[in-house]
Design a protein around this ligand. Structure first.
Ligand code: PMP
Length: 427
């Protein structure tokens, strides 16, 4: 029995499913989750000291790789001055200044403790600002687990949403409209019919929670257009893509103006953090300036602030993003070539250092239906084969992969070689 198996058995006695976030339980791929002991750079080490080249990178935050010495030093030094005060610190202003400097449409920003809090608060703000209740989201996008967002499409796009989890009141789900990602006509039709009732659109500008799905040309532009016409607020959820697909996220990459941007992951360098920020007129509605309530005992805590500040400084080194993109391209091309040589149908998407592989005959995968039609059984065998070879991929076929600055050319070559070995066994 491996140590991970023993630890998982113990964990299940006291934690539901043995995990504190469901995807970690390996339910999608089967088998026992790998329990991690430590991490460094591109690598994870499990409880049995086995090393893995890691393409999850804590689900995105570790653009620099794990345990970057400067980030760790900053956190250790701050810890000696106290972990949290529940009173303002200069560090919060410094990180806020940095975000407002980098993101052109961010006049004011509020820190929270998770991506879920960021999107939940952004939606409350959009509703408070517009005085409208309905929100629009897209099938396959994930924005955290707040009630309004755990909703799937009803029988018709414009009918009431249906809770996607027990515990979400149907009366609340009524206000959430779920449309198809990359369906420009669907968005136009929805806004033509009920645009004046819609408080906001929330969207992942590159979807990273149904594998990796970039926006088709014109999709994000249409969202901007219908929001301008109807008075709805455009929320770009860049919790995953912010400081990831480029320094200024997907909105910088695709040149789209957001009213509110939600951030997380990278801006805390691996510490729990989130943020929502945007145009002054909207952000001034938040308490204590305005009537829309939002708060947090540990929000803006100094540990998260210093980890974020140090990370943001380091990632602004010249060429870092170009190198990340080049490495991601090399990995994706290498794996696609290996699949082709083994006669395994495989397609990939990538934007910056985010990527995803699809076991499908389709040339292009652009929405949730297509993602769901991929060969999950083959992905699961690929996942376990790669794990055995010492490569840690996200444990579900609907998750994106992430490259870090710490991955070396040798790591990428080793990953491609591992894929070759696994593909040979997959047929
Ligand atoms: N938005 C997006 C785009 C996300 O990917 C996630 C989580 N991966 C969230 C929101 C929720 O963030 P958290 O898990 O920190 O609550």
């Amino acid at each position: 029995m491996s140590k991970s198996e023993t630890l998982f058995a113990e964990a299940q006695k006291v934690i539901p499913g043995g995990v504190n976030s469901p995807v970690r339980a390996f339910r999608a791929v089967g088998g026992t989750p790998v329990f991690i002991e430590r991490a460094e750079g591109a690598y994870l080490y499990d409880a049995d000291e086995k090393r893995y080249i890691d393409y999850v990178q804590s689900w995105g935050p570790m653009v620099l790789g794990h345990a970057h010495p400067d980030v760790i030093d900053a956190v250790v030094e701050q810890a000696q001055s106290g972990l949290s005060f529940g009173a303002p610190t200069e560090l919060e202003t410094e990180l806020a200044e940095e975000l407002c400097r980098v993101w052109p449409n961010m006049d004011l920003v509020r820190f929270v403790n998770s991506g879920t809090e960021a999107t939940m608060s952004a939606i409350r703000l959009a509703r408070g600002y517009t005085g409208r209740d309905k929100i629009v989201k897209f099938e396959g996008c994930y924005h955290g687990h707040s009630d309004s967002l755990l909703v799937k499409a009803g029988s018709g796009a414009l009918t009431m949403g249906v809770p996607s989890s027990p515990g979400v009141p149907a009366s609340l789900a009524d206000h959430t409209i779920t449309l198809t990602y990359n369906d420009i006509e669907g968005v136009k039709k929805c806004f033509a019919e009920i645009g004046d009732q819609i408080a906001c659109i929330i969207v992942e500008p590159v979807a990273g929670n149904m594998n990796c799905i970039p926006p088709i040309p014109g999709f994000l532009e249409t969202l901007r257009e219908v929001c301008d016409q109807s008075g709805a607020v455009l929320i770009l959820d860049e919790v995953m893509t912010g400081f990831r697909v480029s320094l200024t996220g997907a909105q910088g990459h695709f040149d789209i103006d957001a009213d509110i941007t939600t951030l997380g992951k990278v801006i805390g360098g691996g510490m729990p953090v989130g943020a929502f920020g945007g145009k002054r007129e909207i952000m001034e509605q938040i308490a204590p300036l305005g009537p829309v309530y939002q708060a947090g005992t540990l929000s803006g805590n100094p540990m998260a602030m210093v980890a974020g500040l140090e990370t943001l400084q380091l990632i602004q080194e010249p060429n870092l993003y170009d190198e990340l993109t080049a490495k991601t391209d090399r990995l994706v091309e290498g794996v696609l070539d290996a699949a082709k040589a083994a006669d395994i149908p495989l397609t990939a998407n990538k934007v910056g250092s985010m990527f995803g592989f699809f076991f499908t005959d389709a040339d292009q995968v652009t929405n949730y239906q297509q993602v769901m039609a991929c060969d999950t059984d083959r992905f699961n065998r690929f996942f376990h084969g790669m794990l055995e070879e010492g490569v840690y991929l996200a444990p579900a076929s609907y998750e994106a992969g992430f490259m870090s600055a710490a991955h070396s050319d040798e790591d990428i070559e080793a990953t491609i070689d591992a894929a070759k070995n696994v593909f040979a066994k997959l047929k």
